[in-house]
Ligand binder design. Sequence first.
Ligand code: AMP
Length: 174
Amino acid sequence: MGMPGSGKGTQGKMLADAFGYQYVSTGEMLRHYATHDQVERMHKGELLNDQEIITMMEAVLSTSPDPNKILLDGFPRSIPQAEWLLEQINEDGFTIDHVFHLDVPLDVVRARLLKRGRDDDAEETMTHRFDFYNSITLPILDFLKQKNIPVYDINAAQTPDEVHAEIKPYLDKA
Ligand code: AMP
């Protein structure tokens, strides 16, 4: 988890490669398969509604070769999505082992996003995405902690290699 520009995609892919996990990014899936209406909402920096995203995740989990080896990037992003994910914990051993919170100061993510220049990285859209993140996504961290899911705060203002080196030991131990 982390703000737009915190490096979720970069770190998610590095970790998935290092540990042989299936990398699943809801944002990336949407950039490939979103409907016209969804694309418009993404360009405005809005979150898509929970049921649309959950339907997508149901398909991912039910077709995954090994649901216990998935690295999720960009999901959950709201309390209802987090509640749904927790409901998936089951006797087959599906668990949520680690949550990494990529923590970065606002001025650093702003500079990163302006440099990246994706369609939804324009100044006004960016501000919307930060607002959604703070009001809807950030409260998940406390929610997950209350449910005894391990959440690790990572200093993500470093270089990609340094951030990876900070996260990796938690998974080496697992
Ligand atoms: P990302 O690539 O993770 O930054 O996602 C890009 C955009 O896709 C977001 O700004 C949202 O509009 C949408 N999106 C991705 N994941 C979710 C999610 N879990 N819930 C709602 N909207 C999402």
